[in-house]
Design a protein around this ligand. Structure first.
Ligand SMILES: CC(=O)SCCNC(=O)CCNC(=O)[C@H](O)C(C)(C)COP(=O)(O)OP(=O)(O)OC[C@H]1O[C@@H](n2cnc3c(N)ncnc32)[C@H](O)[C@@H]1OP(=O)(O)O
Ligand SMILES: O=CC(=O)O
Ligand SMILES: [Mg+2]
Length: 513
């Protein structure tokens, strides 16, 4: 007998019966494999700190020089500027009018997955593709779509996140399958009809078998929806340390649906702490893209992609332009420098978090690419990256300032409070903060306290200090209950003996569902 399906109330245009039937079919077909793969992740981490290396059992995939990924889908050859952001109504219109080549509509790092945000995000995508989306601000400003729209890519939630508002026999469906499934159901045809396709960004993969699962989901979905096999395309974010050892395998698994790889630098840094808890890192602001282990990772990403005919897309420079002219100049200069490094290294395009950065990124890529849509043909066979280069074995002693402990506590509290309030990305101190950057802050607090990391004032970081910093950060808004909830969640996480897998998991279970 089939288990009963329950769906929380919400927009009936999106949650219509045949759309839910598709989500349920996806979950019945792939839910158990997802759980198995998550269990595999858990086993790997609980086995201690396994030494990560390139896999022996897939060496034949890396050694075979002949395979390539599919040619780019329509609208995916030139991706020099990609803007990202949550599919909130006003931001959807602003992103689509931003002049970028691609808009990545984000249900992951930049979205707080309240049920309203999730369902309305899907409606906004439908309205955007129909050209009917508009919005009037409280001050009367009117928002409408311009004439030229970018290619749209959607980033569903990672495999770890459940969607608690749709249950099959009491168990939650996967957030990934819900987001990707709903988008495919409502928008795949719409995208094909406008000469594009249903395209995805796939976050937080840790293993090539997780890429295989996505590929199988795509094959199943294309058949179910009656659209040609290979119409779906996906760029995988390489943003975990284990995935950095399997870039070729991930491309290989998805080769008929692949649209390259992206360097998800912020989650990657978080993953470094998660997978190497005993390698103490300095303050997040001091670990840059030229830090050797970060450089090794991006160099390997570009050379892997270009060897396989795939796009390599750069990451997010976190500086956002402010209204203050001096800070604005600083933000633009930081972003320009970051994009120059990327294009020089061979990246084919890159991310910006704000419409005010599109022009800067474009100028840098235009100058380098000129009339070419990308530089995929530029092989980086000079790149030699070893496991030791990726593993950050040679980091050295770390001393932090108490101000850096406080800065991490402030970002973590403020971000989690915003997230609990339904906002998944915020600007704090001139930087874009989202789930990935906040994970770094709270993981650093945990790591520094656990290791009694020395401070410049001669003392060491310990749990009482970290707790005090969290309390002080929460005291900034004593009347806001979200700040107290954020402090409580973070205090629990920094006090745990092992690093909590994702802050969004307990936060979601306790407060958003
Ligand atoms: C680690 C990673 O995963 S990176 C990718 C995930 N993260 C993201 O995508 C973050 C995206 N960026 C954002 O959400 C925003 O830029 C923030 C929250 C950081 C800052 O937003 P704001 O505080 O609104 O910035 P600001 O006031 O300067 O915005 C100016 C205008 O640009 C719009 N805007 C800012 N960023 C974006 C964006 N990414 N997409 C669309 N519109 C945007 C604002 O809505 C605002 O519009 P308005 O003038 O019509 O009112
Ligand atoms: O998703 C991107 C990242 O940097 O994390
Ligand atoms: Mg990320």
């Amino acid at each position: 007998m089939l288990e009963p399906v329950t769906v929380a109330p919400g927009n009936p245009q999106i949650l219509k019966p045949d759309a839910i039937e598709f989500i349920v079919a996806l979950d019945r077909e792939f839910g158990a494999r997802r759980v198995e793969l998550l269990e595999r992740r858990r086993r790997r981490r609980s086995a201690g700190t396994p030494v990560l290396d390139f896999r022996a059992d897939t060496a034949h995939v890396r050694a075979d020089p002949d395979w390539r990924v599919a040619a780019p889908g329509p609208g995916l050859a030139d991706r020099r500027v990609e803007i990202t952001g949550p599919p909130e109504r006003k931001m959807t219109i602003n992103a689509l009018n931003s002049g970028a080549q691609v808009w990545m509509a984000d249900f992951e790092d930049a979205l707080s997955p309240t049920w309203d945000n999730i369902v309305e995000g899907q409606q906004n995508l439908v309205d955007a593709l129909d050209g009917t989306i508009s919005w009037t601000a409280p001050d009367g400003r009117r928002y409408e779509l311009g004439d030229t729209l970018p290619t749209v890519m959607v980033r569903p939630r990672g495999w770890h996140l459940p969607e608690r508002h749709v249950r099959i026999g009491g168990r939650c469906v996967s957030g990934s399958l819900f987001d990707a499934g709903m988008y495919l159901f409502h928008c795949a045809r719409r995208q094909i009809d406008r000469g594009s396709g249903p395209y995805f960004y796939l976050p937080k993969l840790e293993d090539h078998r997780e890429a295989r699962l996505w590929n199988d989901v795509f094959v199943f979905a294309q058949e179910w929806l009656g659209i040609p096999r290979g119409t779906i395309r996906a760029t995988v974010l390489i943003e975990t340390l284990p995935a950095a050892f399997q870039m070729e395998e991930i491309l290989y698994e998805l080769r008929e649906h692949s649209a390259g790889l992206n360097a998800g630098r912020w989650d990657y840094l978080f993953s470094m702490i998660k997978n190497r808890p005993d390698v103490v890192l300095p303050y997040r602001g001091d670990v840059t893209m030229t830090t050797p282990f970060m450089r090794a990772y991006t160099e390997l990403l570009v050379s892997t992609c270009h060897r396989r005919g795939a796009h390599a897309i750069g990451g997010m420079a976190a500086a956002v332009p402010s209204r203050d002219p001096q800070q604005r100049r600083h933000a633009l200069a930081t972003v320009r420098q970051d994009k120059r490094r990327e294009v020089g290294d061979g990246f084919d395009g890159s991310w910006v978090a704000h419409p005010g950065l599109v022009e800067t990124c474009r100028e840098v890529f235009d100058q380098w690419l000129r009339d070419e849509p990308n530089q995929v043909v530029r092989r980086r066979d000079d790149v030699r990256v070893t496991a030791a280069d990726l593993l950050a074995d040679r980091f050295g002693d770390v001393v932090v300032a108490e101000a850096e402990v406080r800065a991490n506590a402030e970002v973590a509290v403020r971000y989690v409070a915003a997230w609990l309030d339904g906002r998944g990305a915020v600007a704090l101190n001139g930087l874009m903060e989202d789930a990935a950057t906040a994970e770094i802050s709270r993981a650093q607090l945990w790591q520094w306290a656990r290791h009694g990391t020395p401070m410049t004032n001669g003392l060491r970081v310990d749990l009482p200090l970290v707790r005090e910093c969290l309390e002080d950060a929460a005291a900034a808004e004593p009347a806001n209950p979200r700040f107290a909830q954020a402090r409580a969640l973070l205090t629990e996480m920094v006090s745990a003996t092992t690093l909590t897998d994702f802050l969004t998991l307990p936060a979601y279970a306790r407060h958003l569902s």
